[in-house]
Design a binder for this molecule. Structure first.
Ligand code: AMP
Ligand code: MN
Ligand code: MN
Length: 312
């Protein structure tokens, strides 16, 4: 990370900051935090991101830059929280690329890649980077960074909540972040979310004697992707389940969110489906498949992983 800080400080050309498709709190928080830090350093920086509605409160209108197809000569791209170059949105992955991420499946793309799977969030890595850049901490800077940590640790509930994470969070809090307001705002959803949740829950099914729980968004339920992405977080707590999989249509394919516990790896399942992610939380998009075929592929992949872990 020290090298990344040195390179960023020395750069004179424009710096484009981008993150992954369907951005979550860590994607938006880490990229907005770095953008604000680079602006504070007087750099020519652009934040190319489109936050979902529930994260839009974090940024001001004038901070967004429109997506671009080509980077100007001499530009640098910083990709944050993007497990794969194909997941970067808003800017092409070309020219000088700095890749900062915490997904173990990251292929270490880019000219400079810092991938730290032991970190709870990319935002935790950005916290360290901002310290190394020497930018003084303010509430404006600390808020998106803490938001990234809060979301990727599930409000400090997941196994990635280490003593170090809590120390970093405590420090960020001391810069004036209004944590309770943020965690409240992060959970705001439009009425259609709750209507969609009802439809999703009506598809709930158990497999392998209850070890796997699945649900999908019925094709006739029309709710925005950003409002229907989080349902896996509800079904993952079905008692007795070790794996939860939530499926929904995305373009010509089926997007799959996977969560696991008890020595079962969501990451292994996602890799078998052509995706990636973390051990307890991962995802994939099955291109060109219908829902029924996607279910079949998911059941096969989960069965294989349950066998590997000794449950079947
Ligand atoms: P999600 O289920 O979309 O919340 O994703 C869970 C985790 O897996 C997140 O850290 C994502 O960044 C990661 N992930 C989701 N889909 C993919 C994919 N197709 N390739 C690599 N990582 C993914
Ligand atoms: Mn993310
Ligand atoms: Mn993340």
């Amino acid at each position: 990370m020290r090298l990344v800080a040195e390179v960023l400080k020395a750069l004179e050309g424009p710096i484009y900051i981008a993150t992954h498709v369907d951005p979550d709190g860590d994607a938006i928080g880490s990229s907005l935090g770095l953008y604000r830090a680079l602006k504070a350093l007087g750099k020519e920086a652009y934040w190319v991101a489109e936050p979902p509605r529930f994260l839009r409160f974090l940024a001001k209108e004038e901070e967004y830059a429109p997506p671009l197809e080509k980077l100007p000569p001499g530009a640098t791209l910083v990709a944050l929280d993007a497990a794969d170059p194909s997941r970067v949105v808003g800017a092409p992955v070309e020219g000088f690329v700095i890749n900062i991420d915490h997904h173990g499946t990251n292929p270490r793309f880019g000219q400079l890649a810092v991938v730290e799977p032991t970190k709870a969030a990319t935002a935790q890595m950005v916290k360290e980077l901002i310290d190394l850049l020497g930018v003084p901490w303010t509430e404006e800077l600390a808020t998106p960074v803490l938001t990234g940590i809060v979301t990727d640790t599930g409000n400090f509930r997941f196994a990635n909540t280490t003593p170090e994470v809590l120390r970093v969070a405590a420090e960020l809090l001391s810069y004036g972040v209004r944590l309770s307001e943020i965690t409240d705002r992060l959970q705001y959803r439009p009425p259609v979310y709750y209507q969609g949740l009802g439809a999703v829950l009506s598809t709930l099914r158990l497999h392998f004697g209850g070890l796997l729980v699945t649900a999908h968004l019925p094709e006739d339920v029309d709710i925005p992707e950003e409002d229907s992405d989080g349902f896996v977080g509800v079904i993952r707590y079905v008692e007795g389940s070790l794996v939860a999989v939530y499926l929904r249509r995305k373009g010509e394919g089926i997007k799959v969110s996977i969560r696991s516990r008890g020595g079962v790896s969501a990451q292994n399942i996602a890799l078998k489906l052509g995706g990636g992610g973390h051990v307890p939380a991962a995802g994939a998009t099955l291109e060109g498949l219908g829902l029924e075929e996607a279910y079949e592929r998911v059941l096969e992949a989960v069965a294989e992983e349950l066998r590997r872990a000794g449950y079947l």
